[in-house]
Design a protein around this ligand. Structure first.
Ligand code: BES
Ligand code: MN
Ligand code: ZN
Length: 481
């Protein structure tokens, strides 16, 4: 889909030919003399618009505009959240198969946050997954023109939002693909494809190289599957080679059956989404390729299946991680932390500014925070604050959870340095405490996206989160240093 931003008043907007014109009307709207403003004024006066955010009035071929359909939609004060609600409602009101060109118009000067929210919401509302359908119904929308009186103030935010959308859609694509269409090898192929962008390079390691690195924890998870593991090393070089990179690590379990500690059958299909962290790394690199900020970023993806064969790792097995720490695998379903701990140790070699891992790690995090905020853990104050702020800016929010030393109690093992599970209580936190043991050499944060990475039920599908948060965080790095 093609986005464009133009400075236009309501007179110019009314003359623009399109399949649908969506007019976002703020509470404080004052009608000028032109026809479209007058029309909005009448709807407001009649009490049809101001009632609540997302309330719409639909018109078909009104004389006041060149558009086939016009949807007026109230947007309250025009905050990012309100704009999102309004755009979703407006698109809902004119969803027709032939919608090719939409003009989205701010009837009063918009903020940067509002424009970002509008672009992201438009993309979200019109996204369509097609890869494994025999009769694909791709998104009909080809062009979205964002019109605002103050477009020149909004250009940066607009460009950023368009790049985030491209990243989110790449992440959605890979997370949505079923596990037989998104094997570790195919996922690594998607990473390699990103290296066609000038500042990006990609290296993919296989089982032999990973064994040579002594990634015993990652290997233990992968050994239960016939599908070969892959370890992806992506690099985005936007700054001098001497500048330390930020490393992002995405959990890439392309299917999580639980292993010998097998999961119940209900909703097990959703464990194809267990590589959503990896997908968010791919999406973030896509956005970096488009925005070209002056920073260095490394993306690491440990990718494998968590399955069950005659060689599968068993509860009670003790393995040696790349760090040298031994781990008693008490539950083979706590596999995410096993693949991540070796990737975190690998990250040391980059002498990173910071390392952020992104993982659909625990059901406990879903219980704690639902699908709204991602869980965030960090023992580094500035990093935690920067991630929180980035989440708010991107409308891709997270919530910090604690890392008190008291939570490690449950991870004690009689047969190894550490066990891979604590008790049921505080499960998202004990998982984070496990990871923390492998992060002594750099500032670290962990994002548990088990609740936020996909939706269940009728609208089952990946959300592309937290690409928005990550891109906002990384761009803030490029301006602060
Ligand atoms: N991928 C799951 C976490 C998950 C579960 C994400 C449900 C989204 C929805 C992870 O590998 C897992 O199985 N975690 C276990 C850990 C437990 C065995 C300590 C869990 O959360 O049940
Ligand atoms: Mn699991
Ligand atoms: Zn998992």
């Amino acid at each position: 889909m093609n986005f464009e931003l133009q400075s236009m008043d309501l007179v110019a907007v009314a003359d623009e030919k399109c399949d649908a014109l969506l007019v976002l009307v703020p509470k404080a709207f004052k009608a000028a003399k032109d026809d479209l403003s007058q029309l909005v004024g009448v709807a407001l006066k009649a009490g049809d618009l101001e009632a609540s955010v997302g309330k719409t009035v639909s018109l078909y071929r009104p004389l006041q505009a060149a558009a086939v359909r016009v949807v007026l939609c109230s947007v309250g004060e025009g905050t990012a959240r309100q704009v999102r609600t309004a755009v979703l409602a407006a698109i809902g009101a004119c969803k027709s198969p032939g919608l090719k060109k939409v003009v989205l118009c701010f009837a009063a000067p918009a903020t940067q946050d509002a424009v970002r929210a509008a672009v992201v919401a438009l993309a979200d509302a019109t996204y369509s997954y097609t890869t494994t359908k025999s009769k694909p119904q791709p998104r009909s929308l080809q062009k979205a023109l964002i019109a605002a009186g103050n477009a020149s103030d909004l250009r940066d935010s607009f460009n950023r939002a368009v790049a985030i959308v491209a990243g989110v859609e790449l992440a959605k694509e890979w997370a949505n693909r079923p596990a037989n269409h998104a094997t570790p090898t195919l996922l690594a192929g998607a990473a390699k494809a990103l290296a066609s962008h000038p500042k990006i390079s990609c290296e993919v390691l296989g089982p032999r190289e990973v064994a040579k690195l002594s990634m015993g924890a990652f290997l233990a998870v992968a050994q239960g599957s016939d599908e070969a593991l892959r370890f992806v090393v992506l690099r985005y070089n936007g700054a001098a080679k001497t500048k330390a990179p930020t490393v992002i690590v995405g959990k890439g379990i392309t299917f999580d059956s639980g292993g010998i500690s097998i999961k119940p059958a209900a909703e097990m299909d959703e464990m194809k989404f267990d590589m959503s962290g990896a997908a968010s790394v791919l999406g973030t690199f896509k956005a970096l390729a488009l925005l070209k900020p002056a920073i260095n970023v490394v993306g690491l993806i440990p990718a494998c299946e968590n399955l069950i064969n005659g060689r599968a790792v068993k509860p009670g097995d003790v393995v040696t991680s790349m760090s040298g720490q031994t781990i008693e695998i008490l539950n083979t379903d706590a596999e995410g932390r096993l693949v991540l701990c070796d990737a975190l140790t690998y990250a040391e070699r980059f002498k990173p500014l910071a390392v952020i891992d992104i993982a659909t790690l625990t059901g406990a995090c879903v219980v704690a925070l639902g699908a709204v905020r991602s869980g965030m853990f960090s023992d580094n104050e500035p990093l935690a604050q920067a991630l929180s702020a980035a989440g708010e800016r991107a409308q891709d929010t997270c919530w910090r959870l604690p890392l008190d030393e008291d939570y490690v109690e449950g991870l004690k093992s009689n047969f190894a340095d550490v066990a891979n599970i604590g008790g049921r209580a505080g499960g998202a936190i004990t998982a984070a405490k496990f990871l923390q043991r492998f992060t002594e050499k750099f500032p670290w944060a962990h994002l548990d996206i088990a609740g936020s990475a996909w939706k269940s039920g009728a609208s089952k599908g990946a959300t592309g989160r937290p690409v928005g948060l990550l891109v906002e965080y990384l761009l803030a790095q490029s301006t602060s240093k």
